[in-house]
Design a protein around this ligand. Structure first.
Ligand code: UQ1
Length: 433
């Protein structure tokens, strides 16, 4: 019932939103979007809907709805539901080039592709994402290739194995890791742990399985409100937590994982099941370009999302330097700002749209509940609903599983979902956080 009501409110709110969007045709100016993931398509489709001439450059054959990967690893959804051929999700009103970008020449307003073609742009949007960096952990590539007990939800090749090996575990040590540096969805490394722990508990074998969470961070989550709730949850469910501990080595032969701590010490842990959340890195083509900051991310203003040096370049999503948690929801909110600011730039107007850092992490805590973390820059909670979202909610779980995937495919990728800011006015009019 709730899901139906929420769905219809979301649809109506979207309809209102689209009509009220105040960017319009940019004449014959050419916008090139590099990257056809969540952020790239949200912007590319949105601008094309308003009559802009848009080219999207995306080499991947398949588009993945990555927020589903935790649910695939937890045995809740099949992998096939997370995937569609890229050509099927590309809006028809833009030009789709199935190549990768090979170099950026911001001084001459062009991008060179893997087929050596050079494309000129009036405005460039970089939305190339980030990728797992498995080789940064000694022995990890070998372990993922050869040891069925080692898995990760962070790539479609390995995500099904998370559930297979989780299901197969009857007793022993289950170990989960969280790396250093920015990663996709910083909540995912613990969501998958809660899902599997819940499964082992329901199957009556939790007493024979120890669950350990090793994280490079000093706490469970970057926002205190949710971190406190997750600490309490781990205590309640007998999950051992180990802070400032970073996975440095996996030895599949010895069934051991080595964690380095902040003081330079090491602990070697035996595992019977190991879920690894790998460190991530930007694409080399971006990191090695003049667009990147020293970390390899596209150097944009935190608020306008305009490049700090090249005014006709914008970036959103995981590839951008915005200091917020990297999620599809962050990309949705950023897409609103990029669409408006690219349009203003092309019309020679000043940029007025500003991103407030909004991001959200539906922290799945079991097979029927979650904590819906939502926050702005600085880790300031900013909740869409009136109830306390640090408490586990079954309704929010139903929303994550049943409402968000269709919202993504049918609205966000079509340029019609810019995050829940307008829903907050309806569901949380007093602005309670
Ligand atoms: C959201 O907008 C979004 O982007 C599509 C997600 O990514 C899949 C989310 O997980 C969430 C929670 C939101 C926010 C939506 C609401 C209704 C709070």
């Amino acid at each position: 019932m709730f899901v139906g009501v929420l769905g219809s409110v979301v649809r109506r709110a979207i309809a209102g939103r689209v009509q009220s969007a105040h960017y319009s045709t940019t004449g014959s100016k050419h916008v090139v979007v590099v990257g056809g993931g969540a952020g790239g398509l949200a912007v590319g489709a949105g601008l094309a809907n308003k009559g802009a001439v848009v080219t999207v450059i995306e080499p991947a054959e398949y588009h993945y709805y990555q927020p589903l990967f935790t649910l695939v690893g937890g045995g809740v959804k099949p992998l096939a539901e997370s995937r569609k051929p890229t050509k099927d999700v590309m809006p028809r009103n833009l030009r789709y080039v199935s190549e990768s970008a090979q170099s950026f020449s911001p001084e001459s307003n062009s991008v060179t592709l893997s087929n050596s073609e050079t494309i000129q742009y009036d405005a460039l949007v970089v939305a190339t994402g980030i990728v797992p960096n498995y080789s940064a952990v000694e022995g990890l590539e070998d372990a993922l290739a050869n040891d069925k007990r080692v898995s990760t939800i962070y790539s479609p090749q390995h995500v099904e194995r998370v559930w297979e090996s989780g299901k197969a575990l009857k007793s022993g040590n289950a170990v989960f890791s969280f790396p250093t540096g920015p990663i996709k969805c910083a909540g995912a490394p613990q969501k998958i742990m809660y899902l599997l722990e819940d499964h082992w508990n329901r199957e009556g074998r939790r007493g024979d399985i120890s669950v350990d969470y090793y994280t490079s961070l000093p706490q469970m989550f970057g926002v205190k409100k949710y971190s406190d709730a997750l600490h309490a949850l781990c205590e309640r469910r007998n999950i051992s937590t180990h802070f400032t501990s970073t996975l440095s080595k996996v030895d599949a032969m010895a069934s051991s994982a080595t964690f380095s701590n902040a003081e330079g010490g090491e602990s070697v842990v035996k595992f019977d099941f190991l879920h690894v959340s790998p460190p991530h890195k930007p694409l080399a083509v971006v990191a090695e370009s003049e667009l990147a900051n020293e970390g390899g991310f596209v150097a944009v203003d935190d608020k306008t999302l305009q490049h700090v040096k090249y005014p006709n370049v914008f970036s959103l999503g995981d590839a951008s330097s915005c200091p917020t948690s990297k999620t599809a929801a962050a990309a949705a909110s950023q897409s609103a700002v990029v669409k408006k600011n690219v349009t203003a730039f092309l019309r020679g107007e000043s940029l007025t749209a500003e991103y407030n850092g909004y991001t959200t992490c539906p922290l799945v805590t079991g097979k029927d509940k979650l904590i819906l973390a939502e926050f702005l820059y600085g880790g300031v909670p900013h909740e869409t609903f009136h109830f306390n979202q640090a408490e586990e909610s079954k309704l929010m779980y139903l929303m994550k599983v049943n409402v968000l995937p269709p919202l993504y495919w049918s609205q966000m990728l079509k340029g019609n979902w810019e995050g829940p800011a307008h829903l907050r006015k309806v569901f949380n009019p007093l602005g309670r956080d």
